[in-house]
Write a protein that binds this ligand. Sequence first.
Ligand code: FAD
Length: 335
Amino acid sequence: MSSEYDLTIIGGGPVGMFAAFYAGMRNAHVQLLESLPELGGQVQALYPEKMIHDVAGYPAIKGRDLVAQLAKQLAEFPIDVRTKSPVENVTGQMGDFTITTTDGTVSHSKAIIVATGTGAFEPRRLAVENADQFEGQQLFYHIPSLATFKDKTVLVAGGGDSAIDMALMLEPVAKQVYIMHRRNQFRGMEHSVDLLKASSVIIKTPFLIKEMQQLANGQLDLMMKEVRGDAEEHVAVDDLIVNYGFIADHKAIEAWQVTPTMDHYLIDVNTEMNTNVAGVAAIGDAVTYPGKLGLIASGFGEAPNAVNQLMMTLYPERRSPLHSTTLFEKRAHQK
Ligand SMILES: Cc1cc2nc3c(=O)[nH]c(=O)nc-3n(C[C@H](O)[C@H](O)[C@H](O)COP(=O)(O)OP(=O)(O)OC[C@H]3O[C@@H](n4cnc5c(N)ncnc54)[C@H](O)[C@@H]3O)c2cc1C
């Protein structure tokens, strides 16, 4: 059976998007399958408003702007992009894998690149009884847009880099920002912690939110209890943003008939980004190897590696990629 696609990239986060573009540069016939309604993975879903400072070529770029640039790059080639298409099963072998999405759509591909990141990610939710009744109204797990919090009193719960980033991003927009953490020491980078301490953000440590209720004026009354102590404090806020990290769910991959070997829910790959299944490579946050960093920049480096080794396996007669993209540039101008 001849497969419709040379490569299927499963996962449309930043790394999968770049891999699909790069595969287009290699004249591969590609499809990109993404489970969420939008491309962009964690960047688009979890921190569209955050500034990213460690992507080559961009001294600083907002999450959503990086995703927009990746989408523009992706549009250079006729790649079949399907969102709202969670892959629920992969069967077959190199040359003809069968990929099934949850809506029952079946497609065939000679090779596969898994770029599913941390899997179907879910924010770690606030463990307060009535919390879900405020979710999406006054309780958020990411910043949908800075404008949502304009001139409001906001409390950010969490002590890592992204909680600190959120508090600092909100400071110039909101009326008053609080940050609450269960330890006295923040886990963020020293520079960010210094910025936080020098800012107008009010720091509340070591506290945990125990109760929340709506006041007559519509604000939320947060009852915070001291960790390993008896002190209690109340803060009235318009909105609460909880940043307690994320729970990764790799169950989808484990349920596939073709399942690469995994280590602590991450896919084992070699230096060419091959998994133990011939014809299946993996890249980005989904993988592990000695020295792996969970950064966009690392994933961007892994993508061409995976695409090129799979294309060389599928089409050994084709030329290896040139070290420069000049020829591609000429082609693009000729269009
Ligand atoms: C708050 C926060 C801040 C961060 N800040 C930075 C930063 O400043 N700089 C930096 O370099 N990195 C940062 N990171 C890390 C960075 O976001 C990740 O390294 C990057 O998103 C990994 O990209 P990815 O494409 O591998 O995976 P993801 O972004 O996780 O994308 C994977 C995609 O695969 C999809 N998917 C999963 N399972 C399936 C399936 N079965 N079928 C179809 N699709 C599926 C998911 O829906 C998702 O869209 C940050 C992360 C967080 C959480």
